[in-house]
Ligand binder design. Structure first.
Ligand SMILES: [Zn+2]
Ligand SMILES: [Zn+2]
Ligand SMILES: [Zn+2]
Length: 279
């Protein structure tokens, strides 16, 4: 299984469009390694987790077409995780069906997006929405994958139930867990039913500030990794990856190399845009 990190940032993007801090200027200077669009991974060029702004361009810059994507798993409605504009006027009209897996809140918002952009028409875009609630499990066509939605600890505005995903494809199992704080008890119970080849976990605030709810910072992130290890939830050689890295606008953000050094001591990879993990 190939996991391509098309985006590894948070809602602020890094560099931020109108931010002139030291960290943003550094990211522009080292744009090949320092820039982060919203968090998003592409699995086997076919399964896309979240749809941030600029994802189409990010794929193109890496020589990849999103035309092969048949399944889109969206965690929640925040703009850095679902940008309807990406689906609009990008050649999807009349294209092959795109299976969209999302929570009820996002499905309910789909007609609203059309009010802002009349070209966002779920029917003409051939979107096939599958609404998921926490603990729901669905199978892909001809059982090609098993997807389990789990509850995240994240923003519930509008009654939304943000999701994280367990994805099983053949013998491989991955956990995609952005955005979330400390997992709710039920989510822990469901997570414990499997062993993982790769865990991609929210580390939004890394060393910028302490955070345990809504998102995670370094301390709680490493506590979760320790719990995975203690409970034997990681397969031999499993990858444990920090994803959804925020920019704090103060100019004191660690560089990609500093983050890699900081987390590498704990056996954690810090995702960067364009990173590929083969499992
Ligand atoms: Zn986010
Ligand atoms: Zn900045
Ligand atoms: Zn969010």
């Amino acid at each position: 299984m190939e996991i391509l990190f098309l985006g590894t940032g948070a809602g602020e993007l890094w560099p931020s469009a109108f931010c002139n801090c030291v960290a943003c200027r550094r990211a522009i200077a080292h744009r090949s390694t320092g820039a982060r669009i919203g968090a998003c991974v592409l699995v086997d060029r076919k399964y896309l987790f979240d749809l941030p702004p600029n994802v189409a361009l990010a794929a193109i810059q890496r020589g990849i077409s999103l035309a092969e994507v048949t399944h889109l798993f969206v965690t929640h409605s925040h703009q850095d995780h679902f940008d309807p504009g990406v689906l609009t006027a990008t050649g999807r009209g009349g294209g092959q069906p795109l299976h969209l897996y999302c929570n009820r809140r996002l499905a309910d918002l789909l007609p609203t997006y059309q009010q802002f952009n009349r070209w966002f028409d779920p029917d003409s875009l051939n979107l096939n929405a599958h609404v998921l609630a926490p603990a729901d499990t669905v199978r892909g066509p001809e059982d090609e994958f098993i997807l389990t939605a789990l509850a995240a600890d994240h923003d519930t505005t509008g009654g939304e139930k943000p999701l994280i995903y367990c994805f099983q494809l053949g013998p491989k199992t991955i956990l995609y867990a952005c955005d979330t704080g400390w997992f709710p008890d039920q989510t822990w119970q469901d997570i414990q039913k499997r062993q993982y080849d790769a865990v991609m976990l929210d580390c939004t605030f890394h060393d910028l500030q302490e955070c345990r709810h809504g998102h995670l910072s370094t301390g709680p992130f490493l506590e979760i990794k320790q719990r995975f290890e203690k409970e034997g939830l990681l397969k031999s050689g499993a990858h444990f990856i920090a994803q959804h890295i925020a920019h704090g606008h103060q100019g004191n953000d660690p560089s990609a190399q500093q983050l890699a050094d900081r987390f590498g001591r704990h056996g954690v990879q810090v995702a960067y845009d364009g990173m590929i993990v083969d499992i």
